[in-house]
Design a protein around this ligand. Structure first.
Ligand code: CP
Length: 314
């Protein structure tokens, strides 16, 4: 059994074997995308609720597509049109959905720990689609899948994560997943956006961008999460771009085969220049495509799908 768990809440709790097992299945689902018929009938009769309480483009649509391609029944909960507006609590809302006999709840929420809380009180499986600045495990998995497609085994590979580390759930899930797979993770950003203690997780902290990208195999560029800032952490967008923006000059200084990733949505010409975002060294839309495959794999495995049964299907 690849996933010995009811829920997927973060990469902190997943072993290297689980991560690699999920990615093996994701590769099989990725192959389905190149077929004229992109769906498989493995989740017929199962119901998944997408329970999003924060804006999302990529993650929500990617989960929805993954569920549709697995032939599951889907409900998209719209927080702004729900009884949330009348004061119903998160727990009451989720318990009412669960009482309607759903199989899985995909949760995005602005509070760290929201997915863990719901996983504790509900019998159905819960997948964390991003909880505040805590974790975004499916983003971490799709990032790692994209890196492995180009680099193979990540042991000893240098991955530099740049930007707003303090407020980034993407950074946290990348750090947990990548260090478990043996990658050398360097974190770079302004000191005001660098929390203490990450060196204890095995990361190298570097405040000088030129040093941080030297010899890197991958740059993973983070969005500045302005919606989570309570005070100004940098003087201006222009200043930030000058100090930490990934520009064509930065890309020219990289190793020949190094590439640039970004989880989206991008602040163009702040953390990444438009030339780089649209240029030949970025793999941003490959990340998006891999996201659907990763989510198909997780949903399939969590719902008790047999990896061995995919041979002829996926
Ligand atoms: N990468 C990501 O989580 O994007 P969304 O906020 O659009 O889902």
């Amino acid at each position: 059994m690849i996933l010995q768990r009811k829920d997927v809440l973060g990469l902190e709790e997943m072993s290297a074997e689980e991560i690699l097992g999920v990615l093996d299945i994701a590769n099989q689902f990725r192959a389905v995308f190149d077929r004229p018929v992109r769906s498989v009938p493995v989740m017929r009769g199962r119901t998944v609720v997408n329970f999003f309480h924060e804006p999302s483009t990529r993650t929500r649509i990617s989960f929805e597509l993954a569920e549709k391609r697995l032939s599951a029944d889907i409900i998209n909960f719209v927080s702004s049109e729900s009884s949330f507006k009348k004061g119903e609590t998160l727990r009451d809302t989720a318990e009412n959905l669960a009482a309607m006999k759903i199989d899985m709840l995909v949760v995005r929420h602005s509070s760290a720990g929201a997915a863990q809380y719901l996983a504790r009180v509900l019998d159905c499986s819960v997948i964390n689609a991003g909880d505040g600045p805590h974790e975004h495990p499916t983003q971490g998995l799709l990032d790692i899948m994209t890196m492995r497609q180009r680099l193979g085994d990540l042991r000893g590979k240098k991955v530099t994560i740049i930007g707003d580390i303090s407020h980034s759930r993407v950074a946290r899930s990348n750090i947990w997943g990548l260090t478990k797979l043996g990658a050398a993770v360097t974190l770079c950003g302004p000191p005001t956006m660098m929390p203490g203690g990450l060196d204890k997780l095995g990361c190298t902290i570097e405040y000088d961008l030129a040093q941080a990208v030297k010899d890197a195999d991958v740059l993973n560029v983070l969005r500045i999460q302005l919606e989570r800032h309570t005070s100004r952490s940098f003087p201006s967008n222009r200043e930030y771009h000058k100090m930490f923006g990934i520009t064509t000059d930065v890309v020219r200084s990289l190793k020949k085969n190094a590439f640039v990733m970004h989880p989206g949505p991008m602040n163009r010409d702040v953390e990444i220049s438009s030339e780089v975002a649209d240029g030949p060294r970025q793999v941003i839309l490959d990340q998006v495509a891999n996201g659907v495959a990763v989510r198909m794999a997780l949903i399939y495995l969590l719902s008790g799908g047999d990896p061995g049964a995919l041979g002829g299907t996926a």
